[in-house]
Design a protein around this ligand. Structure first.
Ligand SMILES: [Zn+2]
Length: 121
């Protein structure tokens, strides 16, 4: 997933998004959109065909390859929910590795409850 690392290096303002499996509790890192390529997350060939299909059908690809399925009302038994706070221990180890050593700290920038670290610029 070198495209993600390149994106995170180029755009330090990108906030990672996290999605949690309702059953397992594992928190995965959502593949970030590239604001410089609106509507074109990755070039054809960088994302497997099944992942492209999944994105088109509303599923959410994550860094480790797990395809999350967002469900607003939680009626699907094995669905996922977007989270902004989570326990460090629940972060998916494969997503963590996919971030690469230079970006792994960013996975922990947004999980602190009731802490505003941002400068509001
Ligand atoms: Zn994962």
């Amino acid at each position: 997933m070198t495209a993600v690392r390149e994106l995170l290096t180029r755009r330090g303002d990108i906030e990672l998004k996290f999605i949690r499996h309702r059953v397992s509790g594992t928190v995965h890192v959502v593949v970030p959109d590239d604001p410089d390529k609106q509507g074109e997350v990755f070039r054809i060939g960088e994302v497997p065909a099944d992942a492209q299909l999944a994105m088109a059908s509303g599923q959410t690809p994550t860094l480790c390859g797990y395809l999350a399925y967002k469900s607003m009302d939680g009626t699907r038994r094995s669905s996922d929910e977007m989270v902004s706070e989570f326990d460090d221990a629940h972060l998916c180890a494969r997503c963590w590795r996919a971030l690469g050593p230079e970006h792994q700290a960013r996975a922990f920038e947004y999980h602190q409850p009731s802490t505003m670290l941002r400068s509001g610029t």
